[in-house]
Design a protein around this ligand. Structure first.
Ligand code: PGU
Length: 449
């Protein structure tokens, strides 16, 4: 039913009319001075989308949405894996500011489209960063690297390529893993299965389960591996275990797909964190790698990352690249220029690169010191349980072992926001907020089972 109004005569009538229009969302028809309804106003029964149901918030990014709505002055966001300073502020690295200044000052730079594969210099430098300057795979031109939209975009492009051109469509992902993995891979056309990874009893790696599950995977299946600083568990295999995983995977012809979102955040060293990937490249076999600069350069919103595919020969790599272009072109045509230019400026200049490694190490060290502080705060409170996993786990997150009820309690009573699986982003914590978190965890463990 569309509301109809007669044309207003007096000024008070006009004001009432304006108010009425505001309230019911109707508009004057300039032709006959009457008022007709917006197609989308009032009841939604005439909308072509009236059947659309509201979707759920994202389990990770939705935590920030809830946090933003909370007016409490003591609220704390430990949901999203984003680095914060001791003052709780987002950080733009100094080296990034410098690189941006260089870019701004260079008036020869233009804003033309990049090629479908992105900035060539960025691609070369990204491959070098992960595989190492002397990597035979790079020297033999067996690697194709394409610039993508951060880690997520790199995973998606890699997955679509596999779904189109690889003989096996099943991808094994660790249990648990980053919540977006199964969605990315399923939508790209792969079928997702899991392999055992984490043992809640030891709060460590279930290596036996991992080996058994990969052993029984069909030959040629794709296996998603977190390159370092496993999300959400903070549990990584030792180098010895990586070597066993590599041998097992190669013997069964399983295809490694590395997700590297935290290079430099695990140990503070870019080279040490690249070691597992380099072990797989050194054996001459093939693999995929998704790289993200969101965390290690703090370029979250620039959406800058890369997909590399290491192939057996340069000829295969060239053909693979031609097909990656066909995946990318109808998806987003070509990638944005700014983030790639920042990364390239830093990676190609020795001084800027060194400065980056120092800033990166400082971020990693601050996270490690937060682990120690939280661990000590819980010990000081006599919080029941063994919390040594807080200092043993690696990277941005602690997988606390708190259950979803305890998490809900901490949010309700202490305004602490985290994902419902009990993961906390250590990078969101500071010396000032550790006592508040420790109080909340103590109360949660004591009062909620
Ligand atoms: N892979 C893993 C393992 C990740 O943890 C993340 C980000 C990504 C890929 C994707 O990062 P990009 O930003 O696309 O480069 N995970 C964070 C950030 C929030 C999110 O879920 O996107 C997290 O808090 O788990």
């Amino acid at each position: 039913m569309s509301p109809e109004f007669t044309s207003p005569s007096s000024s008070s009538d006009r004001r009432i009319s304006v108010l009425a229009r505001h309230l019911v969302g109707v508009e004057m028809d300039p032709q006959n001075d009457s008022i007709s309804a917006f197609p989308t106003s009032g009841s939604d029964s005439n909308s072509a989308f009236s059947h659309v149901v509201r979707g759920p918030e994202d389990p990770i990014l939705g935590v920030t949405v809830a946090y933003n709505k909370d007016p409490s002055p003591v609220k704390l966001n430990l949901g999203v894996g984003a680095y914060r300073t001791e003052e709780g502020k987002p950080l733009v690295l100094n080296v990034v500011r410098k690189a941006e200044q260089l870019l701004v000052n260079d008036t020869s730079r233009v804003k033309e489209y990049l090629p479908i594969t992105g900035l060539a210099e960025f691609n070369k430098l990204s491959a070098k960063l992960m595989f190492g300057a002397n990597s035979p795979a790079i020297q033999e031109n067996r690697v194709t690297t394409v610039q993508c939209l951060s880690g997520t975009g790199s995973l998606r492009v890699g997955a679509e390529f596999l779904a189109k051109h690889y003989h096996q469509r099943t991808i094994y992902i660790p249990q648990p893993t980053w919540g977006n993995h199964p969605k990315i891979f399923t939508l790209a056309g792969l079928s997702v299965k899991t392999y055992r990874y984490y043992d809640p009893v030891t709060r460590g790696l279930n290596f036996q389960g991992l080996v058994e599950d990969l052993n029984s995977a069909p030959s040629g299946a794709i296996v998603l591996l977190h390159a370092c600083a496993h999300n959400p568990t903070g549990v990584d295999p030792t180098f010895q275990q990586w070597e066993q995983i590599r041998k097992l995977m190669r013997s069964k012809g399983l295809m490694p797909f590395f997700d590297s979102a935290y290079q430099g955040f695990a140990s503070g060293s870019l080279d040490a964190d690249a070691q597992p990937v380099r072990m797989f490249v050194a054996d001459g076999g093939e693999l995929l790698l998704a790289q993200s600069y969101a965390k290690n350069m703090g370029l979250y919103g620039e959406r800058i990352g890369a997909l590399s595919i290491v192939c057996k020969t340069a000829d295969v790599a060239g053909r693979v690249e031609s097909q990656l272009k066909l995946v990318i072109r109808p998806m987003y045509s070509n990638p944005p220029i700014h983030g790639a230019s920042i990364v390239a400026a830093i990676l190609k200049d020795r001084d800027l690169y060194n400065e980056w490694t120092i800033e990166l190490k400082a971020m990693a060290d601050r996270i490690i010191s937060m682990r120690q502080k939280l661990f000590e705060a819980l010990r000081a409170r006599g919080t029941p349980g063994d919390w040594s996993h807080i200092v043993k786990q690696i990277g941005m997150f602690t997988f606390t072992g708190l259950n979803s009820k305890q998490v809900a309690f901490m949010t309700k009573e202490y305004h602490i926001y985290m994902t419902s699986d009990g993961r906390i982003s250590m990078a969101g914590l500071s010396s000032k907020t550790v006592p508040h978190l420790a109080d909340a965890m103590h109360a949660a463990v004591k009062r909620v089972v």
